[in-house]
Design a protein around this ligand. Structure first.
Ligand SMILES: NC(=O)c1ccc[n+]([C@@H]2O[C@H](COP(=O)([O-])OP(=O)(O)OC[C@H]3O[C@@H](n4cnc5c(N)ncnc54)[C@H](O)[C@@H]3O)[C@@H](O)[C@H]2O)c1
Length: 337
């Protein structure tokens, strides 16, 4: 274990597992958040933020994967979990720890950061072992909030996938969930009735332009929740669920082609509007709490009603605007541009 100094000059504990991580730890000092936050949506999402706690997770210990910066859904979940009385370990890849601002979150939530790649069984074994030491006992809840598509990054379309990149997408975004469940079960690292959650998207079972191979990853992720949920529930009472979240302005979200349009469309189509990252965190807290002890193997929609809509008035109104005269030529034909 080594220590790194954060912006406010406090020491943060970081466990390192390889050379790269050591470099990350050395670079850790005075890291600033260089994210671009120019969207009005962020302002909207932050309005009405809840700060009250109900002690729903009092005495519980959790591991939270995937907090990259303060837009990450995992970041909001970490903050809410601690507000609700939990003790947490934060984890992300060494590179993400170096690039992101996880030290700020660690300081705020009094959490230990343990760098681990969610696709590496060795890293996961180290993570579950060190987390139990850091937290002083078995784990009560785990959030899987990891996803990445290298095909999307390289702008490969779904009918021109690179298969080795597809393998990476599936490993990072879905199989890692199986790996963490299997490692946790073999190590008996989770308490009876523990709650394990992963974040998913409705493109797992309906087709969305631009979601690419991540749709396949999300289908697999949800299937793993069902298959492992059966075994882990039967043997240990552990709940395994996925939460299907609205489009949310985060680093991963913004990587999706046409994301702004998808975000707006989804908001117009949902009677309650898009669910924000803060609201997603609230839902995760309830799922980690003892209030949901009999909920398992589910894909739980947290999307303002989007998944059950066909067409809304707001959606239809916007759609009709696309037929205004400026978009047609003198013969009334649509100009596609
Ligand atoms: N943003 C959205 O619109 C949206 C909607 C529905 C579901 N989700 C899901 O929510 C989850 C969190 O994403 P987010 O939107 O908060 O974006 P984010 O970019 O903040 O988080 C993604 C995280 O995955 C981590 N990650 C990537 N490879 C990893 C690896 N090998 N090991 C460990 N961690 C790794 C990244 O470092 C990052 O912290 C993802 O599963 C995403 O698909 C997002």
């Amino acid at each position: 274990m080594i220590h790194a100094r954060t912006k406010s000059n406090k020491m943060t504990k970081i466990f390192v597992i390889d050379k790269k991580s050591r470099t990350f730890a050395a670079d850790f000092q005075d890291k600033t958040n260089k994210r671009s936050n120019n969207s009005l949506f962020f302002l909207r999402q932050n309005i009405g933020k809840k700060i009250m706690g109900y002690n729903l997770l009092k005495g519980k210990k959790g591991i939270i994967f995937g907090a990259l910066n303060d837009q990450s859904i995992a970041w909001k979940v970490a903050e809410r979990a601690v507000e609700e009385g939990a003790q947490i370990v934060l984890t992300n890849t060494a590179v993400a720890c170096r690039m992101g601002t996880i030290s700020e979150l660690a300081e705020k939530t009094n959490a230990t950061v343990i760098a681990a790649d969610a696709t590496s069984v060795d890293d996961l074994e180290m993570l579950f072992s060190e987390s139990q030491k850091a937290l002083g006992g078995k784990i009560d809840f785990v959030l899987h909030s990891c996803a990445m598509s290298a095909n999307m990054r390289k702008k490969r379309t779904y009918d021109d996938l690179d298969y080795s990149l597809l393998g990476k997408t599936l490993d990072i975004s879905a199989i890692s969930f199986h790996k963490m469940l299997q490692v946790a079960k073999k190590m008996d690292a989770l308490n009876e009735n523990a709650s394990v959650l992963a974040l998913t998207y409705v493109a797992s079972h309906r087709t969305f332009f631009g979601y690419n191979d991540m749709a396949d990853a999300k289908s697999l992720l949800e299937s793993i929740a069902r298959s492992f949920g059966y075994i882990y529930g039967r043997e240990k009472g552990v709940r395994v669920n996925t939460i299907s979240q609205s489009p949310t302005m985060t680093t991963a979200g913004s990587a999706i082609k046409g994301f702004d349009g998808l975000f707006d469309f989804s908001d117009r189509m949902s009677p309650l509007g898009n669910a924000s990252a803060d609201e997603c965190a609230d839902y995760c807290i309830v799922m980690f709490s003892d209030l949901t002890k009999k909920v398992t193997m589910q894909t739980l929609f947290h999307d303002g009603g989007f998944s059950n809509m066909g067409m809304s008035l707001r959606g239809m109104t916007q759609y009709e605007k696309s037929f205004i005269e400026e978009n047609t030529d003198e013969n009334g034909k649509i100009i596609y541009g």
